[in-house]
Design a binder for this molecule. Structure first.
Ligand SMILES: *Cc1c(COP(=O)(O)O)cnc(C)c1O
Length: 400
């Protein structure tokens, strides 16, 4: 991808990078979208080229013009030396952990981590002989005092899954690096538009591309973007394990990226408007949204992040499973479903029972909201339906 007028640098605006990133149309006869290359076999021109594995492409697994386009687009957005693609966000968590951990190693993981990440860390890693330790995201000095001689990886997620705790990412990375560990962050919530981990000292930035990059709830993929120090080992592990992303799915993510900036602006504005409104509701004890000045992690968010996406939680004032169900079952527009980052709004009752040190809020059940692209007034009316459902439950239990 050499000198052409479509090759651009880091100086441009983010929506320009999204619109033009990844591939050069002139490499594909001027077609503005990259072709979807379905491939296993790649032919070599002669035995000499084949013997030295020469040429730009060698085999379907190791990459095609389609996967290259998405990897390059993500490198531009993340400021990374190289990006690998994987068939799910969860694989984008497990593969880098497999790449940098082995028998006898210790890993520090933030306690408010995505639950399936914890499941991998609690099952596969111990079987490999890795010691797993969780730390409280709200420890006043981050991971100070927790690094051991055998700590090889520090795994972060900020804001925390479902409860949105913030931490000082640069400070944690500095301590990790001083102890010789590699740092990884699950950056799915912010996307590279709102946070660029490598600019803050993180070695590997992980994304569930399933979420905002896909944006339409119809594709699953993950990515890991690495700095120069960690990229070779990451790529080598991916190729040795034999995992890459499928071409049609890569195409859908490339298509999603074109509109991600616009969509995120909208998700951000709608979510903030609803979060502010929810904070005034008597049924809500707390709104867990980093962009609200009342949120404990607000200053940490503001000093490190450029924006807030459309996912946040509310804590109901009192009650438990019954109250959460009464609220959720009264909703008509918000769907009950996992995942997020798509065009449609979703709500889910969070199970935080897996936490070890970062405990669930004591006030009541935690409801996570994914704010989609619908009109805010319609979403507000739907949430009012939820509160009416909650009030009905209260009346029914009083007349019993
Ligand atoms: C959804 C999600 C993942 C996993 O992504 P999948 O594509 O669903 O496997 C990982 N981390 C976070 C924070 C997520 O929200």
């Amino acid at each position: 991808m050499s000198k052409s007028k479509h090759k651009h640098g880091p100086f441009q605006g983010i929506n320009t990078a999204l619109a033009h990133g990844g591939s050069d149309p002139m490499e594909f006869h001027g077609f503005v979208n990259v072709p979807v290359v379905h491939a296993s076999t790649v032919l070599f021109p002669d035995t000499e080229t084949m013997r030295r594995r020469g040429g730009r492409y060698r085999y379907g697994l190791s990459g095609t013009p389609t996967t290259d386009a998405l990897e390059h687009a993500l490198d531009e957005l993340e400021g990374s030396a190289g990006t690998i693609l994987l068939p799910s966000g969860l694989a984008a968590v497990s593969v880098p952990l497999l790449a940098f951990l082995g028998a006898g190693d210790h890993v520090l993981i933030v306690d408010s981590v995505y639950a399936p990440t914890r499941r991998f860390a609690d099952t596969v890693l111990p079987r490999m002989g890795v010691t797993v330790e969780y730390f409280d995201p709200l420890r006043p000095n981050g991971i100070e005092g927790l690094m051991r001689a055998d700590t090889k990886v520090v795994f972060l997620e900020a804001p925390g899954s479902n409860t949105f705790e913030m931490m000082d990412i640069r400070a944690a990375c500095d301590l990790a690096h001083a102890g010789g560990a590699v740092t990884m962050i699950d950056n799915t919530w912010a996307t590279p538009l709102y946070f660029r981990p490598l600019d803050h000292g993180v070695d590997l930035s992980i994304h569930a591309l399933t979420k905002y990059p896909g944006g339409h709830s119809d594709v699953m993929m993950g990515s890991v973007s690495a700095n120069a120090a960690t990229y070779a080992r990451l790529r080598d592990t991916q190729m040795t394990l034999g995992i890459n992303a499928a071409p049609d799915d890569v195409y859908l993510i490339l298509r999603g990226l074109k509109t991600m900036g616009l969509r995120l602006d909208r998700h951000q504005d709608s979510a903030l408007e609803l979060a502010e409104w929810l904070a005034t509701r008597p049924e809500v004890a707390k709104v867990l949204h980093p962009a609200l000045p009342s949120f404990p992690g607000h200053d940490l968010w503001k000093s490190q992040f450029k924006g807030a996406s459309g996912l946040f939680s509310i804590v109901l004032r009192g009650g438990g499973d019954l109250e959460a169900a009464a609220f959720l079952d009264a909703l008509r527009l918000f769907g009950l479903g996992f995942s997020w980052g798509g065009f449609e709004s979703l709500a889910v009752h969070c199970d935080l029972s897996d936490r070890t040190v970062a405990k669930a809020p004591a006030e009541g059940p935690v409801i996570r909201l994914q704010i989609g692209l619908e009109d805010v007034d319609d979403l507000k009316a739907d949430l009012e339906r939820g509160f009416a459902g909650l009030a009905d439950l209260g009346r029914r239990s009083m007349t019993k």
